[in-house]
Design a protein around this ligand. Structure first.
Ligand SMILES: NC(=O)c1ccc[n+]([C@@H]2O[C@H](COP(=O)([O-])OP(=O)(O)OC[C@H]3O[C@@H](n4cnc5c(N)ncnc54)[C@H](OP(=O)(O)O)[C@@H]3O)[C@@H](O)[C@H]2O)c1
Length: 305
């Protein structure tokens, strides 16, 4: 089996990515502070801040593919501590890109849909980033550093959901947990995105790697919808009370970091290369439901210590 090293191994995306590919890949979860124990995978503590140490990890583990998911993902934490955001999102990404390029290791770098001003929908790969906050600025810088350091890197812009763990609740976890407890929730009906299930994202990224695709590719779902509409669809799939979901607007939330109203990405480049759609929200939510019934949620809840 070929070996895949996933940085940010205790994170939401890394754990779901590992579940999606562990039957076909020897998965190593590269961890930081938290430890990961996921059946069918191994874990290895990584130092991504020190390029030389990270190079030594690569020489020891000899992965065929690295997926770089590690990052400071809280938009408001990035705004509070821009230096840390710069270090974790941009400098570490450059370290990973330089070390993998030097060893001819394929790299998938995970970027975001948070790169634009949000004044229109369906952003394409060739539109110049215009980030509104520190998270977006540091992720945009990471993209350019990664592409400069590693010409063959695949940079994936996305927005995903999936099952999380006790210390990392996903957007869909937050909705499901609160609605199951009968709590009323406010969701933005003026913030739009194109979400994808984490497994669908991982499998599409592997297909792109198999086709030797590099550069920036939007890997998002086929549908643009508001966070409010997403919550209603989730409630329907999981038979939860939709009347607990109230519409709200971003301007009323008084969040620390400025956020784009429209984060939707155009996935036509990916659809053209893959020769298929990436999937719709009902399909992804049904997949999430099936995962819970198959024990994914319990396994991930127990995976972090
Ligand atoms: N979640 C989303 O909806 C979303 C949307 C678009 C793009 N993305 C991007 O997708 C990627 C994965 O996101 P996620 O939600 O899975 O992240 P997450 O759950 O917040 O996990 C982040 C991971 O990064 C690790 N990390 C943090 N600081 C580190 C450091 N200094 N050195 C090494 N590792 C460090 C964390 O390890 P410890 O916890 O042990 O510190 C954790 O494993 C990120 O690049 C993010 O920008 C996420």
């Amino acid at each position: 089996m070929k070996r895949i090293l996933i940085t940010g191994g205790s994170g939401l995306l890394a754990l779901n990515w590992a579940c999606a590919v562990r039957d076909h890949w020897d998965v190593v979860l590269g961890t930081h502070q938290l430890s990961a124990r996921l059946p069918g995978t191994t874990s290895h503590r990584l130092d991504l801040e020190d390029p030389q140490r990270f190079g030594e990890h690569l020489d020891q583990l000899l992965p065929d593919l690295v997926v770089h998911t590690a990052g400071l993902t809280s938009v408001d934490e990035c705004e509070k501590d821009p230096e840390r955001a710069h270090q974790v999102n941009a400098v570490i990404a450059r370290n990973v890109a330089m070390a993998t390029a030097r060893r001819n290791i394929r790299l998938i770098h995970i970027s975001t849909d948070h790169l634009f001003a949000g004044d229109h929908g369906f952003y394409r790969e060739d539109e110049a980033p215009q980030p509104l906050n520190e998270y977006g600025r540091t992720k945009a810088l990471a993209e350019s550093w990664v592409q400069a350091a590693h010409a063959d890197a695949l940079t994936v812009r996305t927005n995903f959901f999936g099952w999380g763990h006790r210390q990392r609740q996903s957007f869909s976890d937050w909705l499901i947990v609160n609605l199951r407890e009968g709590k009323t929730l406010s969701l933005f009906d003026d913030v739009y995105f194109t979400p994808i299930l984490a497994d669908a994202l991982a499998l599409a990224a592997h297909e792109l790697i198999d086709k030797d695709v590099s550069g920036v590719v939007n890997l998002t779902g086929d549908e643009r919808l508001s966070k409010y509409e997403f919550a209603l669809q989730l409630a329907k799939e999981f038979s939860l009370p939709a009347e607990l979901i109230r519409p709200n607007q971003l301007a009323h939330a008084h969040l620390l970091a400025k956020r784009p109203l429209d984060m939707s990405l155009d996935n036509s480049r990916a659809r053209e290369i893959l020769g298929r759609g990436l999937g719709t929200v009902p399909q992804f939510l049904s997949g999430l439901h099936v995962q819970e019934a198959a024990g994914r949620r319990t396994q991930l809840l127990e995976s972090i210590c």
